[in-house]
Design a protein. Sequence first.
Length: 251
Amino acid sequence: MLLGLSAAILVVTLAAALVDIRTLEGVPVWAKPAKFALSFVILFATIAWLEARLSPRWRDGWLLSATLAVMGASLVAEMGYLMVQAGQAEASHYNYSTPYHAFMYTVVMFVGALVLVAGIGVYGLAAALDREADLAPALRLGVVLGFGLSFGLTVIVAGYMAGQESRFVGLPSAEAATIPLLGWSAEVGDLRPAHFLSLHAMQALPLLGWLVDCAQVRSGRIWVAVGAILYTAATLALFAQALAGRPFIAL
């Protein structure tokens, strides 16, 4: 259900972008809601994929049912605020202009994001404990490590971002270059590349595990573990690079 809701929200935000051409800081006002909606589609598609492979005892149990309900509430709260702000051509993130905006950003959106990443961690734990799950050995490890890293690394990177006054480390110029499509700064440090990697460990490592299983590689779990170490190192390296004020790619 949450995958369908996310997809519907994505369609609405894309439709809004076609008729509302206003910009905010040089970016279409509906770009951020659309990006978040796409992220939710990917998130809940991944969770739906995993749920289909869990045993009925876990899939229909109270823990995952409660987790999904709370994640759904966070989806509605976050996307609702993002879309309201887009409709008013006002920033949603780092907006402390009024007590209301400060509360929505520092409390509602922060708690919502924390609930979502905690939910990812719960599903990773379920994959680890459900011995009847339809998961081959390397794939299971990829899910457990991928979901676990998405939780842990996102808490580190996004937690730091939330406490700052900007996603940038440094002050980009008015005509600063950005990386096409992604919009990341190509002039100063930008925390979003590390945040992107942290969020998508839950897709990258299960994919690695699946490939290893399909190839019937010997000691496949070791390959997944090594992949997880390298993925963590890459994420933390991008985080350190941004903190040093250096762009992901200088243009």
